[in-house]
Design a binder for this molecule. Structure first.
Ligand SMILES: [Fe+2]
Ligand SMILES: [Fe+2]
Length: 505
């Protein structure tokens, strides 16, 4: 018997016959089967092969047909059922079916050109006393004259004496910039937070061959009024269920599905009743072969079964709610971003359900006039690893979201996270979203930033061994609900401690 199974069996005081152990070793969901045997009211001391087989059948049947356990709420009348859906999935923001990348050097050149073009257009539109110029034109500047260049950052390094050297490029030329260690702290902080492959404006003066930086300007999003919808409808967001992993919080998730179906207190029903849209922001299933120790955590290694479980749940969401499902880094699409939508072969279980839509990662979806940028969030890891301002990023996902908006890039640095160089850079935040919703960090977060609502959708997976090792603090089984009409935000609690009550925070 493998070590993990043996450990669990002994914890549950189960003794396995030789044949039972052999059969267990072959089962993809052995752990779940062991739990099942132990759970039985007449749990045997010595487990036979037949008992294992029986429990395995039960587990498989249960995995295939998740059940909503909560009853009640017969008088439920969701107001959203009487409001017509009004949504638009922006085709041009979605890579699905459009990838033309062949991985040639030219692809990378085109990719970064497109990024530079888009972000420099944004930066040029910023009002400034110093009009932007090209690196080449700096030659004609008289000594000490302030200049502004719009550049892509190639490399950043600190010198022995504590100065910062930033190597940059525009479309024609390269330039070596220096941020002196004697600069004001604000400038030093800004400079230390620029990442490779980002596009920024730098203001400064030439001194011999060096451009001495005086100011760093990020592309940023403009300050706006919060965009609200005319009708009283809400959006709920989930991500990181990791179905197929034994840490998926099945019971809590099923209570959430029950809540969507109006099985709750009058107050819960009122909140649930306004939900018109439901965004699923990636890591729907746990996948297979994602990280070396993953196998031990899986109760099924069958990727089709993992998606079957997901589809069964999606189908239990009331039909008047429009559901948008996006992949994440654990899903069965290419790992590098942008990711296309889930393949038909995995999601055919939802065929005929017209309210369930599969979209790419990232994607832009207008819901009742409120533009949502949905992004699983892979780029967060690279930013947290390299940006000093985000050193507590795993605890403060909202800050990570804000830094992405500031850079107008969701996955800035090539090489930190896998990116496919498409001719168009799907990772640039071209259009300013009204809501920016992401996941991946497994921790709920909310912020208002310059009129954009930033939401992290948390997770539906309890803390894993991997997260324990990494020291991540997660917030599982909480459902963010954002009302598009009032701009109010509710975090609904379905975690074990919350017990029966599902009251907003
Ligand atoms: Fe995840
Ligand atoms: Fe993820």
């Amino acid at each position: 018997l493998n070590e993990l199974l043996a450990k669990r069996a002994s914890e549950l005081s189960l003794i396995l016959s030789k044949e039972a152990a052999e059969l267990l070793n072959e089962l993809p969901n052995a752990l779940q089967v062991i739990e099942k045997i132990a759970d039985a009211p007449d749990a045997p001391m010595v487990v036979s092969k037949q008992q294992v087989a029986q429990a395995a059948d039960q587990v498989e049947a249960e995995n295939k047909s998740p059940k909503v356990a909560i009853t009640g709420g017969n008088t439920y009348q969701p107001i959203a059922a009487d409001i017509a859906a009004d949504y638009n999935i922006y085709e041009s923001y979605d890579i699905s079916g459009k990838s033309r990348c062949t991985g040639k050097v030219e692809d990378f050149v085109d990719y970064f050109k497109d990024r530079y073009k888009k972000l420099s257009t944004i930066l040029k539109s910023r009002v400034s006393e110093t009009p932007p110029t090209s690196i080449r034109a700096l030659d004609s500047y008289t000594k000490g004259r302030l200049a502004r260049v719009i550049v892509m950052v190639m490399e950043k390094k600190e010198t022995k004496n504590g100065h910062l050297i930033v190597e940059v490029e525009d479309m024609q030329d390269s330039l070596t910039c220096l941020v002196s260690r004697d600069s004001p702290q604000k400038l030093k902080d800004a400079a230390s937070n620029i990442g490779t492959d980002e596009v920024v404006a730098l203001e400064g003066v030439m001194s011999k061959d060096l451009f001495i930086v005086r100011d760093v300007i990020f592309p940023e999003i403009p300050i706006r009024q919060k965009k609200l919808a005319d009708e009283d409808v809400s959006v709920a967001y989930i991500s990181d269920m990791h179905m197929g992993n034994r840490f998926f919080m099945k019971e809590n998730f099923e209570r959430m599905i029950a809540f969507l179906n109006g099985k709750g207190t009058p107050q819960e029903q009122e909140i649930a009743g306004k939900i018109k849209y439901f965004a699923v922001i990636g890591d729907c299933v746990d996948g297979i072969g994602v990280h070396p120790d993953q196998e031990k955590e899986l109760y099924t290694k069958d990727i089709y079964l993992q998606y079957e479980i997901m589809c069964e749940y999606l189908k239990q969401i009331p039909g008047h709610i429009e559901v948008f499902v996006q992949p994440g880094n654990h899903d069965a699409v290419r790992l590098s971003e942008p990711q296309p939508r889930l393949l038909e072969e995995f999601v055919k279980g939802t065929d005929g359900y017209k309210n369930i839509h599969f979209v790419g990662n990232p994607s832009m979806v207008d819901m009742h006039g409120v533009k949502h940028l949905l992004y699983h969030g892979n780029g967060a890891d690279g930013l947290i690893a390299t940006i000093p301002a985000l050193k507590n990023g795993y605890q403060q996902p909202e800050k990570v979201g804000v830094e992405m908006l500031k850079r107008r890039l969701i996955c800035p640095t090539y090489g930190l996270e896998p990116i496919t160089p498409e001719a168009r850079d799907y990772l640039v935040i071209d259009e300013v979203p009204d809501v920016f919703a992401f996941g991946h960090l497994h921790k709920n977060a909310y912020a208002d930033y310059r009129g954009t609502t930033v939401i992290n959708s948390g997770c539906w997976q309890s803390i894993t061994d991997y997260q324990v090792r990494k020291g991540h603090i997660v917030s599982p089984a909480r459902l963010p609900v954002y009302n598009l009409h009032s701009g109010n935000f509710n975090l609904m609690h379905f975690e074990p401690q919350a017990d029966k009550e599902v009251l907003p925070e």
